[in-house]
Write a protein that binds this ligand. Sequence first.
Ligand SMILES: *Cc1c(COP(=O)(O)O)cnc(C)c1O
Length: 338
Amino acid sequence: MAPTINWKELGFTYMQTDCFVTAEFRNGTWGAPQVQTDVMVPLHIAASCLHYGQAAFEGLKAFSRRDGSVALFRPLENQARIAATARRLVMEPPTDAIFMESIRLLIERNRSWVPPYGTGASLYVRPLLIGLTPRVGVKPADDYLLAVLCMPVGPYYKDGFFPVRAFIQEQYDRAAPHGVGNVKASGNYAAGMLGDIDGKNKGYPICLYLDSATHSYIDEFGTSNFLGITADDTYVTPDSSSVLPSITNDSLQQIAGDFGMKVERRRIQVGELSELKEVGACGTAAVITPVYSVTRGDTVYTFGSEKEAGATLTRLFKEIQGIQYGEIEDRHGWMVTV
Ligand SMILES: *Cc1c(COP(=O)(O)O)cnc(C)c1O
């Protein structure tokens, strides 16, 4: 079915496409990926994902490129990360072959939903891994479902690349040191919702979280990594056991290195915010969200102009988008054609 969509007006919301793909791990082995059209997934009432949170997810994008091809951005990194999440939650990791074949089949069957080149839109791919086995005693499931769905999503910044105000959320932490903050456990998002809503109610679109043991070092934003640019144009990003290893952040660090910038991944004290000239939040959905200010109690740290993003973040943003849309050479071999 060919969708009638105004690609340029798309936001970041769920939309049903032609189909999704599932693969099941049963009796100790992965079955072949299957195309599904019924969006209702039958689950046993006692399935371990429902009761004890054996659930992991991923997010990546496919792009229509200038040369007419469709390519995924660094999908094997998402495969490695869902496998790491699965191991941490004692779930069965999907193999590279099952993961990649599921996504390949998904995109093949949803071709008409991949936004055309030049619209600024892309196809968001959402893999989900859940424990299926009926269990009431606390024990990992034996059987697992990998489901992969997709939806076209907008150019995140329809009206431009505008800086936002951030709030340091200290009443609610989102991840513990050596907990599960460094993996993409579904429950992490539930744990962060109250803090993020509290921040929104106070007038801040995003919240910044500190290390929960001491509240003195920066961890990350609710659903995106923290990056800062110092006065001498060094790229700094927190090193913490409770930060999710963002593929966007890793890619931006490599691009910063290509630009000849110094890159530092280290602990960052809250007070160091006063030394940063640009701050951004980064992740797959928006790539980079420029941050104009960070508020902690009565202290407000500001970075550059409220009207436009800083020069370095803008340059990093354009470079990564240029690689994704096939306008700039893919010198790191990140794009995987499907
Ligand atoms: C997914 C996620 C990110 C962003 O990771 P990307 O790979 O860049 O999309 C950042 N922080 C958290 C908590 C996340 O769950």
